[in-house]
Design a protein around this ligand. Structure first.
Ligand SMILES: Cc1cc2nc3c(=O)[nH]c(=O)nc-3n(C[C@H](O)[C@H](O)[C@H](O)COP(=O)(O)OP(=O)(O)OC[C@H]3O[C@@H](n4cnc5c(N)ncnc54)[C@H](O)[C@@H]3O)c2cc1C
Length: 403
């Protein structure tokens, strides 16, 4: 095999496909939209000497080379963040508004608040942009008649926030919130804390995955988590598949019948678990079929790297199910682990608020995907970001009136 070209002025990651730390480092760089050259040592054994020469003869991976000639071996995400120059320290100890999460909700609120001269800090655990930043394409976001890539939309919102002087910390998580009159103390994963007059929790949610073989590689290439978002891509397809027979899976499956000729629901349990009304609709639908006791084992790709079939364990037998697309609806987990019982949540763990987005703790608001009852769409995330900004403004004004 030819020696890979590493001459470009680029970060080079040496590793192997089986190495979890290599995957983590690649994922960290990708999520921050930082380009790098990947060299799999098993495919390029001639590059092993590069790694050994930097590690006293040892083959330690990942070894990451930077354009200035320096390198890191098995770096943690914190070390990587410092190396690539992410801003991880707040410039002030006190803010008007601190926002937990730099997704579309949090960034929208930050723009509104900063335009009104509030001092705003956004704390983002990973990379600003949230789920939007890692979404292939949005075709349902108003104003982009030809669609817009998630990365582009995220970059535009981030630039807009920066234009108004919003301070954004990256690769820093919020680890706790404590009411310390008259402020809320926000604890950070770096070990420090900041104080805010108002806090917005906009930490979003995470789609549950099956973790079956092939899934991670095919997300966006046949595997999806939102039928409203990606269903129209399957107009005229022979068969699409829903994984999960609860309310979301059945509702989304019915929705997909307007695009695909047939929709199959794969359900791991012996029966569908959605409401009776939905079950009846699905079971009587001429374009739908259901396979219960069906456990997804593997997602298979075709030669061009797109999903072509799903290997299912059906009552002990391996069945290959051909499909153009798979939509996974096995649950959505709110990103609220860091709150550990601080805020009131609903039965699924999403944060409960009143109609003014206030939580049970004074000065702490919640909006977007993490809020109980929200619609989990980008346009509504942005809408909630704007709406909660107005409520935060009223709250800050009420504080000023108290003194
Ligand atoms: C693959 C995919 C495709 C999608 N496609 C579409 C589509 O086509 N159309 C559509 O309308 N919607 C789509 N969505 C949904 C849409 O992206 C979300 O509804 C929207 O991003 C929610 O915004 P948010 O800001 O509330 O949450 P998020 O985007 O989830 O942002 C929350 C942010 O908070 C950060 N965070 C979490 N915990 C902490 C913490 N403790 N400290 C600091 N930061 C923290 C996270 O890292 C994240 O960046 C898609 C989602 C996914 C995953």
């Amino acid at each position: 095999m030819a020696n890979p070209d590493t001459s470009a002025n680029q970060i080079v990651v040496y590793g192997a496909s089986w190495c979890p730390d290599c995957r983590r480092a690649k994922q960290f760089l990708s999520s921050h939209r930082i380009g790098f050259h990947w060299i799999d040592l098993e495919e390029h054994p001639e590059a092993v000497s590069e790694v050994e020469s930097r590690n006293d003869g040892k083959r330690i991976i990942p070894t990451i080379l930077f354009p200035d000639g320096s390198f890191l071996t098995e770096p943690s995400n914190d070390e990587l963040a410092d190396k690539i120059g992410l801003v991880r320290t707040a410039t002030s100890s006190h803010y008007d508004v601190v926002i937990v999460g730099g997704g579309p909700t949090g960034l929208t609120t930050s723009i509104y608040a900063a335009r009104e001269n509030a001092q705003v800090l956004v704390v983002e655990k990973s990379a600003p942009g949230g789920q939007a930043g890692v979404t292939e394409r949005f075709d349902n976001y108003p104003g982009f008649p030809d669609g817009v890539s998630g990365a582009e939309l995220a970059d535009r919102i981030i630039r807009q926030a920066q234009r108004y002087g919003v301070e954004i910390l990256q690769a820093v998580g919020v680890t706790g919130l404590v009411r310390e009159e008259p402020f809320v103390r926000v604890d950070l994963s770096t070990g420090s804390s900041v104080h805010a007059r108002a806090v917005l929790v906009a930490s979003g949610s995470t789609y549950r995955r099956t973790d079956a073989e092939g899934e991670a590689d095919l997300i966006g290439a046949g595997i999806h988590f939102c039928a409203t978002c990606d269903g129209p891509f399957y107009k005229g397809s022979k068969n699409v598949t829903i994984v999960g027979g609860g309310n979301s899976g059945l509702e989304e499956g019915l929705f997909l019948t307007q695009f695909a000729d047939h929709v199959t629901v794969l359900q791991a349990q012996p029966e569908l678990t959605g409401s009776k009304l939905l079950r009846d609709k699905v079971l009587n639908h001429p374009k739908m079929s259901v396979l219960c006791n069906a456990l997804v084992k593997k997602f298979k790709a075709n030669a061009s790297g797109k999903l072509e079939s799903i290997i299912v364990d059906h009552e002990g037998k391996q069945v290959e199910h051909e499909t153009a697309g798979a939509f996974i609806f096995i649950g959505l987990d709110p990103n609220t682990g860091f709150l550990e019982g601080t805020l009131k949540v609903d039965e699924r763990g999403f944060i409960a608020t009143d109609h003014m987005f206030q939580t049970n703790i004074e000065g702490v608001f919640a909006a977007g995907d993490v809020r109980s009852g929200s619609t989990k769409q980008i346009a509504s995330a942005v809408g909630e970001g704007a709406a909660v900004a107005i409520q935060i403004r009223y709250y800050l004004e009420s504080l000023a009136a108290r003194v």
